[in-house]
Design a protein around this ligand. Structure first.
Ligand SMILES: Cc1cc2nc3c(=O)[nH]c(=O)nc-3n(C[C@H](O)[C@H](O)[C@H](O)COP(=O)(O)OP(=O)(O)OC[C@H]3O[C@@H](n4cnc5c(N)ncnc54)[C@H](O)[C@@H]3O)c2cc1C
Length: 437
């Protein structure tokens, strides 16, 4: 575990910090020694995953723990379809680990660059009204707490800590392993189709209830959306993958190249954005394909952007979107990125954005070079007013007092934090803002 000092920045390049030291531990004992040393010297420790959070949740001036040496399968419990993974395992590594075991993640978000522990610690989610985010599948963990103690937390051992530790914002300790409840490997049939915004909003709740995974993208300045409806199928249903040409047109041209060109031009000539959005909407055709679940869930994102996402009570989503639409036109914002809308089941994790309620997610984006923060500010005012809860890994301005009102389990989470990290070894400025000192 040779120490180095490396300046850190997140994926979008919006957050930077200068850790005093970076270490790459090879096991729980080395992490424990580091935490003990930090505690006695008054230093902080911050484990980091793939740095794909848009917030400064991973920033530190203390010791940065790079967990890239802790990757892969620890063990599998095939009888219960569970795997224990080293905390630094990347999501893109999972198909290689899980496929031979006949297993898969139950649900995934849009990309697979994150680590399993970074994804669960911030509440990373996909879409599907009967399904929770990835952290809801955490059934066990090994954690080095703020005293350097190595704790096993699962259904038998300290189960009362699991609803906090499964989605802990990096505030409770360093996850060394996580045990994930998987499902048998499955296929997804995806149907992507354009649909009028008014129609989608009118039927929003029903559309979500009627399918395994429903989401849509609304292109601001247009009346159109692109919907994606995924149906879970058994492995023997047979695949009908996207042809290379179709994947290329959608992912490379629409998602990346064209969008990159548009957002690049946008900062120079904002007036053309509405027309280009209409063009993108027009060339997004209907597609119907079936493939391994992870191939359908995941898309490549090469254009860099900033993102804010709020979870709202499910029924509030149509009204919030109508308000966003009015706001964009009234304020004259030119918005080149589509607004992404997803859903998740209620869960019982203390700081899950879907804690205790069925949730709809609304995500707004800005091209990375676009310095205009007013669009996010105006959007946040609408989303927060609908009792919205911000994604922990995406941009927002809320602080501990406002967040405490939005999470029934907030106080309990703070109690667990006092127990596991009494001296705030894992503190950073972001956590001080959202959880308090
Ligand atoms: C292009 C892009 C697409 C995205 N798509 C989605 C999406 O579809 N759905 C969604 O919900 N989110 C999405 N996100 C957000 C992303 O999933 C989260 O921000 C996630 O946390 C990133 O994982 P990471 O490994 O990069 O974690 P990092 O950003 O590196 O870390 C996040 C937090 O986890 C903590 N952490 C990391 N490892 C450990 C550990 N071993 N022990 C304790 N704490 C730890 C860190 O301290 C930090 O607090 C996206 C982000 C990007 C950039």
């Amino acid at each position: 575990m040779l120490p180095v000092t490396v300046a850190w920045q997140n994926w979008s390049g919006t957050e930077r910090s200068n850790p005093a030291l970076e270490l790459s531990p090879e096991g729980a004992d080395q992490i424990s020694d580091t935490v003990r040393l930090a505690r006695t010297t008054g230093t902080t420790v911050k484990p980091i995953g793939a740095s794909h959070s848009f917030t400064a949740i991973g920033a530190t001036e203390g010791i940065r723990l790079d967990l890239s040496r802790l990757r892969g399968l620890v063990n599998a419990d095939l009888g219960r379809s569970r795997v224990t993974l080293w905390a630094g395992t990347r999501l893109w590594e999972l198909p290689h680990i899980l496929n031979p075991l006949g297993l898969a993640l139950e649900n995934m978000g849009d990309i697979d660059r994150q680590t399993i522990s970074g994804a669960t610690s911030t509440g990373t989610h996909g879409t599907g009204l009967a399904l929770g985010g990835i952290a809801t599948r955490v059934v066990g963990a090994t954690l080095v707490d703020g005293t350097g103690g190595i704790r096993v937390i699962d259904e038998e051992s300290s189960p009362e800590l699991l609803p906090a530790v499964a989605l802990g914002l990096g505030a409770l300790g360093v996850l060394v392993t996580v045990t994930i409840q998987c499902v048998p490997r499955f296929l997804l049939r995806a149907v992507e189709a354009p649909a009028p915004l008014a129609e989608v909003l009118e039927n929003y709740v029903e559309l979500n209830r009627a399918s395994d995974h429903f989401e849509f993208y609304w292109f601001p300045h247009t009346k159109g959306t692109r919907t994606k409806t995924n149906t879970r199928l058994p492995l023997d249903a047979g695949t009908k993958p996207l042809g290379r040409a179709s994947r290329f047109v959608d992912e490379e041209i629409v998602n990346n190249v064209l969008l990159g060109a548009v957002v690049g031009v946008e900062s120079l000539a904002t007036g053309i954005t509405p027309r280009v959005n209409q063009a993108i909407e027009a060339i997004s055709s209907r597609r119907d394909y079936t493939d391994e679940s992870h191939r359908v869930f995941i898309t490549r994102r090469r254009v860099k952007f900033r993102e804010m996402e709020y979870a709202l009570p499910l029924e509030a989503v149509p009204e919030a979107l109508r308000e966003l639409r009015v706001m964009i036109e009234r304020k004259g914002h030119t918005v080149s990125f589509p607004i992404e809308v997803r859903a998740a089941a209620a869960d019982d994790l203390l700081l899950s954005t879907a804690s205790g309620r069925e949730s709809g997610y609304i995500a707004v984006h800005r091209f990375i070079k676009d310095r205009d923060h007013e669009y996010f500010r105006d959007a946040e005012a609408i989303l927060a007013a609908h009792d919205g809860r911000p994604h922990w890994g995406k941009m927002h301005t809320l602080g501990a007092a406002e967040l405490a009102e939005r999470y029934p389990g907030f106080e309990r989470f703070l109690e667990v934090r006092d127990e596991l990290d009494p001296d705030r070894v894992f503190q950073n400025a972001y956590l001080a803002r959202v959880l308090g000192e």
